[in-house]
Design a protein around this ligand. Structure first.
Ligand SMILES: Nc1ncnc2c1ncn2[C@@H]1O[C@H](COP(=O)(O)OP(=O)(O)O)[C@@H](O)[C@H]1O
Ligand SMILES: [Mg+2]
Length: 334
């Protein structure tokens, strides 16, 4: 990968405080790079640590009593892992925008859409009130909200789920960030609305060259819109691969995720699911954490530390020590 990555997360570890003396590591071995203008999907089953990784990028870990306990999060040459509040004030919302999960957080219910957008634009001290209002309307245009003059005066409860998420995206891009972190932005929305929101994010990337990290547990959705895919399992990133190359995956977990795609299931056939459950945080086994669920497991997978990334190419890293023996067989009927 190039040295000019916008984001370079290296061997990131995140821990939580369970009590005054007890600490629990919930993410380790997390590494990923994001180039300027790149759209990268972060996928993995629930509980794998995706949200925690996002929080490291938007600086909200402490609010959940979690903290970075190792590794680095470089953003344009600054290490966010050790950044103080003054750095975060320059970065959060300005250079790194955030789109929350639609079902969990939305626009502030007591603010009109206009007030909400003006608040997001508040970080730009050079903007006059009149210019900010003009810009707020422009933002609604960018996120393709029709009749922006009317919508500006409305409250969130007057909007549909998809519209609300468009407003959240407008807020996230208000100050033209170089990176947008979108944590499951379409979970809970209708399938057609999901696709529209994904398309919108892609258009924003194309128009403004904004790098986007898009979190999902839905591989096909991500595979369609993203350039790169990073796969997380049990607190570790296990594969990074170009979307176009997904069929050449060299990690059994990615292959299993791909094969469990609903859209690949035969009409009356059974949906392939991944055997077993991911190991619970705090109960990670020795060796590879996928070893209990893996079709390709060997004795070497059961011992030692969780495998680190092996560089297969500039755009392909895998954490599988048996990668050479894996023919993805994604396209086969296996
Ligand atoms: N404050 C906390 N204390 C203990 N465990 C936590 C805390 N916050 C998150 N976790 C655990 O960390 C793991 C990773 O969580 P998360 O990043 O939200 O996963 P994902 O977004 O991939 O579903 C989960 O198993 C979750 O239960
Ligand atoms: Mg999450």
């Amino acid at each position: 990968m190039s040295n000019s990555a916008l984001v370079d997360i290296d061997s990131l570890q995140i821990s939580v405080r369970l009590s005054r003396t007890r600490r629990l590591k919930i993410v380790d071995y997390a590494s990923m790079k994001i180039n300027p203008g790149e759209m990268i999907g972060l996928i993995g089953e629930s509980g794998s640590g995706k949200t925690m990784l996002c929080r490291a990028l938007i600086g909200t870990l402490r609010r959940r009593d979690a903290y970075i306990s190792g590794g680095s999060v470089m953003f344009d040459g600054m290490d966010l892992a050790t950044a103080k509040n003054d750095v975060w004030r320059q970065v959060r919302g300005k250079r790194i925008g955030y789109v929350p999960q639609s079902a969990l957080a939305g626009p502030n219910p007591v603010l009109t859409i206009e007030a909400q957008l003006l608040e997001s634009l508040g970080g730009d001290e050079t903007l006059s009130r009149a210019d900010a209002k003009k810009r707020a309307k422009e933002l609604l245009d960018i996120v393709q909200i029709r009749r922006p003059d009317i919508v500006m005066k409305q409250y969130p409860n007057q909007l549909s789920g998809g519209m609300k998420q468009r407003v959240m995206i407008a807020c996230a891009i208000a100050l033209q960030p170089e990176l947008i972190v979108a944590d499951e932005p379409t979970t809970g929305l209708d399938v057609t609305v999901q696709a529209e929101i994904m398309k919108l994010l892609k258009e924003i990337r194309d128009q403004f060259n904004t790098a986007i990290i898009l979190v999902s547990h839905d591989l096909p959705l991500i595979n369609d819109v993203c350039d790169q895919i990073t796969v997380m399992h049990a607190g570790a990133t296990v594969e990074n691969i170009a979307s176009a190359e997904i069929e050449k995956s060299k990690h059994p977990y990615t292959i299993a995720l791909y094969k469990s795609r609903i859209d690949l299931a035969p009409p009356r056939g059974e949906l392939i699911t991944i055997a077993g459950q991911p190991p619970a945080v705090g109960a990670w086994q020795t060796g590879c954490r996928f070893n209990q669920r893996c079709d390709f497991v060997t004795d070497a997978c059961l011992i030692g530390e969780h495998p680190k990334y092996i560089e297969l190419s500039a755009t392909h890293q895998t954490a599988c020590i048996n990668h050479a023996g894996i023919e993805a067989k994604i396209g086969s009927s296996l």
